[in-house]
Design a protein around this ligand. Structure first.
Ligand code: ATP
Length: 301
């Protein structure tokens, strides 16, 4: 049986700058095809973690392995691609010329540029100058550069900051395709709502410590926040709904109640008993923003 090498393993990773412990015993793995989002406030240690994985700075404690090899080794570098937060390209070059240049630097035939650019959806803009590209298109050139050599691990530093919603969606679709082909993806983001839907695992860093990691479902359970039930009250049904739920907040035809996850079904049963007094019901689980705030706050306490 052949076992696939884990693209990224961090065990008990610790990094200190003079006065600051930027990372404290961080343990995290990214498997082939897995999309992991690293979340954290400014200064949480996200960039430090990425720089260590890329072999750009040393660490003080613990172990890091990229495809089983030390970061910065030839094997690790060959397997890893990096997309920095802001990528600067030469505005006078065309997309094709820019990627051909990177291909040559990596010792690969420049003729592959068109194929790579087609993979990121830039087939129609190959021979236009990058200076005329939109921000989303430039971000795609950055990703095209990162795809050279079919990396096993993609490290993306806030890849969607400054992109509009459509460009973001397209960008995540591309990442899904790469993950489906087996690439491991580690990205940092401040945009919580988008990583909620588009990643497999969320890791929350707070002042250098990994305070939570798991799927959004795991994190929801851990944060143990109430969910919101929104009742649309039927014509004339308000007195009955008020009597049944004295704690509800009313606004127009809507009534909101908050219930612990564990009481959800019981509460829905009680709403059903109100029969025709209720026109509709919607359930809203706590958002990733709520969970993130709750977990970081708990850690700071
Ligand atoms: N070269 C350095 N020398 C000293 N301290 C540093 C250095 N680089 C980072 N730090 C400190 O380490 C901590 C982690 O910084 P890091 O840049 O990794 O955070 P981050 O999560 O990437 O933040 P941001 O979201 O703002 O980019 C911060 O307290 C920062 O001030």
């Amino acid at each position: 049986m052949t076992r696939m090498t884990t693209p990224l393993t961090l065990s008990q990773l610790t990094k200190r700058y003079a006065q600051v412990t930027a990372l404290s015993e961080v343990t995290l793995t990214v498997e082939p095809g897995q999309r992991v989002a690293l979340l954290g406030h400014n200064g949480a240690g996200k960039s430090t973690l990425m720089k260590i994985v890329l072999g750009l700075i040393p660490h003080d404690g613990g172990e890091v392995r990229v495809m089983g090899a030390p970061p910065g080794s030839a094997l690790a570098r060959d397997a890893t691609a990096y997309l920095p937060e802001s990528v600067a390209f030469h505005p006078a070059l065309t997309g094709r010329e820019q990627i051909a240049h990177y291909l040559r630097l990596r010792g690969r035939p420049a003729s592959g540029a068109a194929d790579i650019l087609a993979r990121v959806g830039l087939a129609d803009a190959l021979d236009r100058r990058i200076g005329t590209y939109s921000k989303g298109m430039r971000q795609r050139v950055g990703l095209a550069q990162a795809l050279i050599g079919d990396p096993r691990l993609l490290v993306l530093d806030e890849p969607t900051s400054g992109l509009d919603p459509v460009s973001r969606r397209d960008f995540y679709t591309l990442l899904d395709e790469l993950a489906a082909r087996g690439a491991a993806i580690l990205l940092s983001s401040h945009a919580l709502t988008e990583v909620e839907a588009r990643t497999d695992l969320i890791a929350i860093l707070s002042r250098g410590k990994l305070v939570a990691q798991g799927s959004i479902t795991d994190l929801r359970a851990r944060a143990d926040l109430p969910l919101t039930i929104q009742i649309t009250v039927a014509e004339g049904g308000e007195p009955a709904v008020r009597a049944a739920f004295p704690g509800a907040e009313f606004a127009g035809r809507g009534a909101q109640i908050w219930v612990p996850q564990t009481d959800k079904l019981a509460m829905l049963g009680r709403i059903a008993e109100l029969g025709s007094h209720v026109a509709d019901v919607d359930l809203f689980p706590p958002s990733l923003e709520d969970i993130y705030t709750q977990i970081s706050r708990r850690d700071a306490a």
